[in-house]
Ligand binder design. Structure first.
Ligand SMILES: Cc1cc2nc3c(=O)[nH]c(=O)nc-3n(C[C@H](O)[C@H](O)[C@H](O)COP(=O)(O)OP(=O)(O)OC[C@H]3O[C@@H](n4cnc5c(N)ncnc54)[C@H](O)[C@@H]3O)c2cc1C
Length: 316
């Protein structure tokens, strides 16, 4: 089949990679280079966040965890397993995600910063997207994908490419192409700082100033964050930057030595439930597989969603 994949973020590229394995002809259409996608700026740590429905997200995230862990073991550029700590001020229940991660255990007192009485230690995949996304993109090109740079205003604009199937992986903008009223932005602001020597990823989902996370990478640390449903503003908010820095210094006091490199804002593709389904109505005579609305979990569930999308195409 000739398949047009709309979007070259993590969803589009992962889905294209699976379709190419099925020996289909794949054309990837996107309005922007990969460096301008939401996927490129994501903190990109495996952790189910703001995505549903719970049962499908659990299955997709487990599949994706094993895929990313295998990539890390094989030395794929930008993908590694990262020792992590989740911090709590009050005694927590064992989280549902504990079954999915590696080496889950209670943190010892020496592993907790001042002010925290409880914590869990575990290992999850961390993906440095500025390294991994170009690698995945090059793999897809090497497997024979054709590229078209174009802004699509409705799915019918793809008709001149004569697709047998369209796969809609256009992230936040996917919904407006098909008149889906259930999609909305979830604004996220992060701060990149120099790494003062941290190697363990740390998070406090219930910090009094707002959610806080510190993700150390090879050449920087990503500090977050915010999760603001319905907010379209893409300019950084300086007050929020100051708040993020303050929160993250509570998690890792060594960050007091770090310099701010950059503040970034992305709009996550929010939807109460990921839309992953076959649509035979949107384009008369051409089946459409939708794969969008991954919220704060596009990297956490992306591979599982790509496999399921490719299976829907294969079943046509
Ligand atoms: C600050 C922040 C931190 C995050 N951290 C994490 C994390 O730690 N873990 C995690 O799992 N997720 C995280 N996410 C969420 C994750 O980034 C998203 O879920 C994911 O990037 C969505 O990927 P996508 O490929 O569906 O969309 P995108 O990456 O947005 O790609 C959409 C593609 O569609 C194309 N497109 C859109 N509209 C059109 C059009 N009209 N015509 C042509 N092309 C079009 C674009 O050009 C682009 O190529 C984070 C997000 C943010 C903002």
């Amino acid at each position: 089949m000739r398949i047009v994949v709309l979007g070259s973020g993590i969803s589009g590229l992962s889905t294209a990679a699976e379709l190419l394995r099925g020996r289909h002809e794949v054309i990837i259409v996107s309005a922007t280079p990969i460096t301008a996608t939401t996927s490129f700026l994501a903190a990109a740590v495996w952790f189910p966040t703001a995505a549903g429905p719970a049962d499908r997200v659990r299955a997709w995230s487990d599949t994706t965890f094993e895929h990313l862990a295998a990539l890390a073991a094989a030395g794929a550029p930008g993908v590694r397993m990262c020792e992590s700590t989740a911090l709590y001020r009050d005694e927590p229940a064992v989280p549902a995600w504990s079954r999915s991660v590696r080496s889950f255990r209670a943190a010892g007192p020496g592993e907790l910063p001042p002010g925290y009485g409880f914590g869990f230690r575990f290992a999850v995949p961390l993906v440095e997207m500025p390294t991994y996304l170009p690698f995945l993109s090059a793999q897809v090109d090497a497997a024979g994908a054709r590229r078209v740079r174009r802004t699509v205003h409705r799915l019918a604009d793809l008709a001149d490419l004569s697709p047998d199937v369209v796969v809609n992986c256009a992230g936040l903008r996917a919904a407006e192409l098909v008149g889906d009223p259930d999609a909305y932005p979830i604004r996220g602001q992060i701060v990149r700082v120099t790494n003062p020597g941290l190697s363990v990823s740390i998070r406090d989902e219930a910090h009094p100033l707002g959610r806080a996370y510190v993700h150390p990478r090879a050449a920087d640390c990503v500090l977050g964050g915010s999760l603001e449903p319905g907010e379209w503003e893409t300019a950084p908010d300086p007050e929020l930057t100051r708040s993020i820095l303050r929160r993250c210094r509570d998690l890792a006091p060594a960050l007091a030595e770090s310099q701010v490199l950059e503040t970034l804002v992305g709009l996550r593709p929010g939807r109460a439930e990921v839309r992953l389904e076959l649509d035979t109505v949107a384009l008369p005579g051409i089946p459409v597989v939708h794969n969008y609305g991954h919220g704060g979990s596009g990297i956490t569930i992306g591979y599982g969603c790509a496999l399921e999308s490719a299976a829907l195409v294969a079943a046509l």
